[in-house]
Design a protein around this ligand. Structure first.
Ligand SMILES: [Zn+2]
Length: 252
């Protein structure tokens, strides 16, 4: 199966956002006791996977090609209109302008790929799973540039900003305002953060009222409770640095 859109090649002048040092560990290292993420838009394969740790046991990073690029095959379902496909394609293509990630249409012989479909809401697995891997971008509510980037970052192995290991230094989670049964969206994950600071402007940061049951904030910034956050329309500088660091895009 092939998608209709091809990914543009990055221009030679593209500039990567890189840190000066590169930790050798992948981003997503979780302890054996950490449950697999089941936050709002993060998919799980089955109940049995709740306690699995696929990133550490199977390496959920996508593999780098000999040319130093990471090619991630994708297929876009036919039920999208041309306008909707254009939004998705713009999100896919954006990655090659600031990283070594190149999303490309599926080809025969691909063993793993993203299948972008309009299912229930916006959702993605975290990291590479092998085989067909659905990224749901519902036609209603998910077709925004930042949302496309957000779900693709999940597929590349990233968690939500408010799940970061150091989040308690930057946001206070107000569980008393969280809808009953939605508390798992605010679990903390033992992420490695690639030396990047907590970023209120990350495209992976939820809004302050996410999953609120009473219109009161479910997250409050520390130390200044009036700092605005969760309003990113596209990947931030730190999102890009983090991606380039995890995939060692800056190492030739
Ligand atoms: Zn998400």
């Amino acid at each position: 199966m092939k998608a209709g859109n091809s990914v543009a090649q990055a221009s030679p002048s593209r500039r990567l956002l890189c840190r000066e040092t590169h930790p050798s560990s992948p981003l997503l290292v979780r302890s054996d006791n950490d449950p697999i993420l089941t936050e709002g838009d993060i998919a799980i394969g089955s109940e049995d996977e709740r306690n699995a740790n696929p990133c550490t046991s199977q390496d959920c990073k996508w593999l780098k090609n000999a040319d130093g690029k990471v090619y991630v095959p994708y297929y876009i379902a036919n039920h999208y209109s041309d306008r909707e496909k254009a939004i998705i394609t713009r999100g896919l293509e954006s990655f090659s302008s600031f990283s070594c990630i190149f999303f490309r249409p599926t080809q025969s012989g691909d063993h793993e790929w993203l299948s972008i479909e309009s299912n229930n809401g916006c959702s993605s697995f975290v990291g590479r799973r092998g085989g067909k891997q659905v990224v749901s971008l519902a036609r209603s509510g998910c077709l925004y540039h930042g949302t496309v980037q957000h779900e693709l970052l999940h597929a590349l192995g990233f968690n939500h900003e408010h799940s970061r290991s150091d989040r308690d230094n930057h946001i206070r989670v107000m569980l008393q305002n969280v809808q009953s049964g939605k508390e798992h969206n605010f679990r903390k994950v033992a992420t490695l953060n690639q030396g990047t600071p907590y970023d209120y402007n990350s495209v992976m940061q939820y809004r302050k009222n996410a999953f609120s049951k009473n219109n009161q904030p479910t997250m409050v910034p520390i130390p200044d409770p009036n700092v605005s956050f969760g309003n990113a329309k596209e990947m931030s500088h730190n999102d890009k640095v983090r991606l380039n660091t995890l995939y060692k895009c800056c190492e030739c």
